[in-house]
Design a protein around this ligand. Structure first.
Ligand code: C2E
Ligand code: MG
Ligand code: MG
Ligand code: MG
Length: 280
C-alpha cells in the first residue's frame, strides 16, 4: 500500500511539474527567436506628479506576444532570460526602443516626458551597458535627464561596489537613477548611504494596505520623510485607490504610479492619454 501511495504521489507531483516544465520549455525554446521575430513590445504606465495630477512620464514594461500562449508578462520570462543570458540582448533592445521613443517625443506636447526603464542584475554588472547607453543616447540625440533607470535593491546589492561605480557613471551622464521595489530587501538604509540616487520607488506591498494597516502607513510616511531629508524624490507604485493617493499626497510623496491612473498601455494609447490630459 505504501508503495502504491508513494507511486501515486510521485505521479501527482510529476504531472504538476510537467505542466510547469512544459510552459517553461515553451517559453524558453522560443525566447531567442522572439527577439528576431519582433515579438516583444514595450507598454507604458503613466507616472503622475501628485501636486499637479499631471502625467510627467512613464515606466516601460516589457510584454511578449507569444504565438501560442498569447500575451506573456515579464514575471514569466525575465527570470528565464536572466538565466539563459538573453537578458543582455533583450535589455539592449529595451533601451534602444526607449531611446527611440524619447526621440519621437521631441514635440511640444510630449517633450517633457521622462521614461523609466528597468535594468536586470546581469545588465547592471556586465561590461556592455555603458557603451550601449552612450551609443543610444548619442545616436538619438536625447537629453539624458529624460531617461531614468530602475534598479532593484537586490540587483544592486549583488555586487555593491560595482553598482556604486555604475551609478556614479550613470549620474555623471545626467541619467536618472531610481531604486525599484524599495523596502523589500534587507539593506535599504545602508545602501542609501552607499549609492548616488535620484529617486526611490516605494514597493506596492507597502502601498496596498496603507488605509487598513497602521504599520504600513507609518512606514510609508517615514520613508517619504527620510528620502526627502536625504535629497531624494519618492514615487509610490501600485496606487489603486483614491484614498491611497490622498494619503500619499498628504505625506508629500512626489509622484505615483498605479491602476488608479492607468494600467500599462500600448505606446499610442499612452501618448493619446497624455495629449488628452494636457490639452483639457
Ligand atoms: P516593476 O518594475 O516593479 O514594475 C511594476 C509592476 O507592477 C508592473 O508589472 C506593473 O504592471 C505592476 N503594477 C503597476 N501598477 C499596479 C497596480 O496598481 N496594482 C498592481 N497589482 N500592479 C501594478 P509587470 O509589467 O508585470 O512587470 C513585472 C516586473 O517585471 C517589473 O516589476 C520588473 O521588475 C520586470 N520588468 C518589466 N519590464 C522589464 C524590462 O524591460 N527589463 C527588466 N529587466 N525587467 C522588466
Ligand atoms: Mg520598475
Ligand atoms: Mg517596482
Ligand atoms: Mg515590483
Amino acid at each position: 500500500a505504501a508503495k502504491s501511495q508513494g507511486r501515486g504521489n510521485f505521479q501527482f507531483f510529476s504531472a504538476a511539474m510537467n505542466t510547469a516544465t512544459h510552459e517553461r520549455l515553451l517559453l524558453e525554446s522560443r525566447l531567442w527567436q522572439a527577439l528576431e521575430q519582433d515579438e516583444f513590445e514595450l507598454y507604458l504606465q503613466p507616472q503622475v506628479e501628485l501636486a499637479t495630477q499631471r502625467i510627467i512620464g512613464a515606466e516601460a514594461l516589457l510584454r511578449w506576444h507569444h504565438p501560442e500562449l498569447g500575451m506573456v508578462g515579464p514575471d514569466r520570462f525575465i527570470p528565464i532570460a536572466e538565466e539563459s543570458g538573453l537578458i543582455l540582448p533583450l535589455g539592449d533592445w529595451v533601451l534602444q526602443r526607449a531611446c527611440a521613443l524619447l526621440h519621437a517625443w521631441r514635440v511640444p506636447a510630449l517633450s517633457h516626458l521622462r521614461l523609466a526603464v528597468n535594468l536586470s542584475a546581469r545588465q547592471c554588472h556586465g561590461p556592455g551597458l555603458l557603451p550601449h547607453l552612450d551609443r543610444m543616447l548619442h545616436s538619438h540625440g536625447i537629453n539624458p535627464a529624460l531617461l531614468e533607470l530602475e534598479i532593484t535593491e537586490s540587483a544592486a546589492m549583488q555586487d555593491p561596489e560595482r553598482s556604486r561605480a555604475l551609478l556614479i557613471e550613470l549620474r555623471s551622464r545626467g541619467i536618472k537613477v531610481a531604486i525599484d521595489d524599495f523596502g523589500t530587501g534587507y539593506s535599504s538604509l545602508s545602501y542609501l548611504k552607499l549609492f548616488e540616487l535620484d529617486r526611490i520607488k516605494i514597493d506596492r506591498s507597502f502601498v496596498k494596505d496603507i488605509e487598513s494597516d497602521p504599520d504600513d502607513a507609518v512606514i510609508v510616511a517615514a520613508t517619504i520623510a527620510l528620502a526627502h531629508s536625504l535629497g531624494l524624490e519618492v514615487i509610490a507604485e501600485g496606487v489603486e485607490t483614491q484614498a491611497q493617493c490622498d494619503f500619499l499626497r498628504a505625506k508629500q510623496c512626489d509622484e505615483a504610479q498605479g491602476y488608479l491612473f492607468a494600467k500599462p498601455l500600448p505606446v499610442a494609447q499612452f501618448e493619446a492619454m497624455v495629449r488628452a490630459t494636457t490639452t483639457a
